[in-house]
Design a protein around this ligand. Structure first.
Ligand code: ADP
Ligand code: MG
Length: 489
């Protein structure tokens, strides 16, 4: 966009032409990005904590198989709400017989209080929910038996074991005065013990990508990757336990575990960045970080759109001689606005017009202007979706599930040797933005080749951060009960 940065004025169509060019993601570029992602993943594994990809170990030694039986709990603390959930499992025949959850907002005074206040609040909510087990017709846990809980905790954690890790920082509007450096599971267990009677045990501490993968794996052994495409973006995948160099007592060398990539922080010269990405990053709370996430996350796509439209208003007079006031306000355009406009299939682009009026405050627009706005949405969403696809293919490259990437369009792989791979995805971008999803899936086909792509399926794994964590708790407790240290393959 060099030539656009200093341009005093130009017409919208030539601006658009340049913008399209600098956002382009031709398939060869995507393949190189995928390769760079795979290389960075290996770097992160080889140098724990020292590279752009953190490649955090989960210390999981098993994933759900579908054979689990009994009553299991999950708790999910990720943002403004706290959720507690239970599932009654009945093996492969009955699967999830029953499921129940509650969601409570975290009171403001708890979000800004002490960690004792927060964990006390969580413990109280858990105890109340557990006490209604029998009323709701769930099979009760025997008096002498503990209730196993999977804990989804979506804050930065330095994980040290499958059910423990210290808090690195409170984020997302929480400003707790203490607790950083403390073990999150210990703090919860202490708060639960203070409450007295409930017999519970947190058996795993996970993040939402891992829950997403676990939920899908419960139904399908071929699930290998979990991806979040929501406010932010991240992914995890099934890796050999032997690859985790910091695991002091790993299971057998060829056993499997899960690694949380933290792929949002991927960065590369290869990424097609524009003036809008640079501005967004410079004005963000974490400049220089999360470069990949800032090009694909739901928190950012709408803001990229706003920055491009503002520049077009300034340089090309897109909205007339005045710059719309609201367009100058960061985050005045959100990703749902963008997907609504992008979904407009009326010939006069009426929906685009009404979103422009409602969000930007411009009452009258010509069809030509609305078409330009539509095209900018298309370019930004297509780029984000195709980069997400490159990230996924990068993981497939790392685990040897991508065929021969560079040759795949020339050769037909031998079907009998090819393993099926399922990618579990959760988040509103994938679920509620059909054009984003289609662009992503098309790019995966382009990169992998039509034939090989038939072996790779992407699927919505909704609510993994809740149910997935309960299923993981079930898998772990089943392994422990069987005294089986082997890992689900
Ligand atoms: P979270 O990531 O917080 O768990 P979601 O997966 O629901 O939650 O993702 C929320 C993000 O998705 C927000 O950034 C929001 O702007 C975006 N979003 C919500 N609905 C839509 C939609 N219909 N189309 C596109 N983006 C959406
Ligand atoms: Mg989510």
């Amino acid at each position: 966009m060099e030539n656009l940065k200093n341009s005093e004025s130009c017409d919208p169509s030539s601006f658009l032409r340049h913008f399209r060019k600098s956002s382009a993601t031709p398939v060869m570029l995507l393949r190189h990005i995928a390769q760079a992602m795979a290389t960075e993943m290996q770097e992160g594994l080889d140098h724990p904590g020292e590279r752009k990809l953190k490649m955090l170990p989960t210390y999981l030694e098993c994933l759900p198989t579908g054979n689990e039986r009994g009553l299991f709990y999950a708790i999910d603390l990720g943002g403004t709400n706290f959720r507690v959930l239970r599932v009654q499992l009945d093996g492969k025949e009955g699967r999830i017989l029953k499921q129940e959850s509650i969601q409570v907002p975290i009171p403001q005074e708890v979000m800004t209080g002490s960690s004792k206040d927060l964990f006390g609040f969580l413990a109280k909510t858990i105890v109340q929910f557990v006490s209604r087990e029998a009323d709701l017709g769930f099979e009760c846990v025997a008096l002498n038996q503990k209730r196993d809980i999977g804990f989804t905790f979506s804050f930065p954690v330095n994980q040290t074991k499958v059910n423990g890790g210290s808090i690195n920082a409170w984020t997302k509007g929480f400003s707790i005065s203490d607790g950083v450096g403390e073990d999150v599971v210990d703090q919860l267990e202490i708060a639960l013990a203070d409450m007295g009677s409930v017999n519970t045990k947190v058996v795993c501490l996970v993040n939402d990508t891992v829950g997403t993968l676990a939920q899908c794996r419960y139904w399908n052994d071929d699930a290998m990757v979990g991806v979040i495409l929501g406010t932010g973006s991240n992914a995890c995948y099934v890796e050999r336990a032997a690859a985790i160099s910091c695991w002091s007592s790993p299971p057998e060398a060829d056993d499997l575990t899960v690694v949380n990539i933290e792929w949002g922080n991927f960065c590369s010269e290869l990424l097609p960045r524009t003036f809008a990405d640079e501005g967004l990053d410079a004005d963000s709370l974490n400049p220089g970080q999360q470069e990949f996430e800032k090009m694909i996350g739901g928190m950012y796509l709408g803001e990229i759109l706003r920055r491009v439209l503002l520049k077009m208003a300034e340089d090309t007079g897109l909205f007339g001689s005045e710059i719309p006031e609201r367009l100058t306000k960061p985050f005045s355009l959100l990703t749902p606005h963008m997907s609504t406009m992008h979904g407009d299939d009326t010939s006069s682009l009426e929906v685009v017009g009404s979103v422009i009026e409602e969000a930007i405050g411009v009452k009258y627009t010509t069809l030509a202007t609305r078409k330009v706005v539509y095209d900018v949405c298309d370019i930004i969403a297509e780029r984000g979706a195709r980069l997400s696809a490159a990230g996924i293919v990068g993981i497939l490259t790392k685990i040897n599930r991508c065929g021969d990437l560079m040759l795949s369009c020339l050769t037909t792989p031998n079907d009998t040797e090819v393993k099926k791979t399922v990618i579990a995805i959760d988040g509103s971008l994938y679920e509620k933005y059909p054009k984003f999803r289609n662009y992503m899936e098309d790019a995966m086909k382009e990169m992998l080749g039509e034939d090989y792509a038939n072996n790779v399926t992407t699927t919505l794994s909704k609510d993994g951060s809740g149910v997935g964590a309960a299923l993981l708790a079930a898998a772990i407790s089943t392994e422990l009960r069987l005294g089986d240290v082997g890992v689900t393959k």
